[in-house]
Design a protein around this ligand. Sequence first.
Ligand code: COA
Length: 147
Amino acid sequence: MSESDLDAVLAIEAVSFPTPWSRGMFSEELGRDYSDAIVADQDAGCGIAGYAVCWCVAGESHLLNIAVAEGFRGRGVACSLLIECIRRGAQSGADHIHLEVRAGNEGAIRLYRGHDFVFMGIRKGYYTDTGEDAILLSREIREQDAK
Ligand SMILES: CC(C)(COP(=O)(O)OP(=O)(O)OC[C@H]1O[C@@H](n2cnc3c(N)ncnc32)[C@H](O)[C@@H]1OP(=O)(O)O)[C@@H](O)C(=O)NCCC(=O)NCCS
């Protein structure tokens, strides 16, 4: 992801979350050396189908954000972004990847379950905008994930 992607990223973000990240928040991620912000190209550089932001800190990876443009959902874009985050985590020496997901976000939970994430716990009322609980999921990162 680069600054020039942010208009497209923010348009996806706005329709994907009740409390979307701001331009400043994405810009900040672009400046952090421990943050990987990645985009999925629509068709050979014609636009952005989705993006993900992942941190790798102290031997652990944390997926902070992932979203796909509405017209591109159900085609494996999030799956590809997630695999790339796991790959980058593996290359950075992380042994686990963690994330929080809204308890009612069944599609996303299915996505993570399909990639071997396991239940770690619940944070009650974690999302202050809707009062929803956060489900904590985690997945081991294995040596072969680096390929
Ligand atoms: C969740 C989200 C990222 C999925 O993106 P996507 O590109 O459509 O997902 P994929 O096509 O890669 O789907 C991979 C798997 O996830 C699951 N999945 C994804 N969306 C689903 C949905 N709406 N309903 C049921 N299962 C879903 C399925 O198991 C799917 O595998 P399958 O197609 O073989 O059944 C997308 O719906 C989105 O951007 N939502 C809004 C933002 C969001 O909730 N982000 C996650 C925050 S934790």
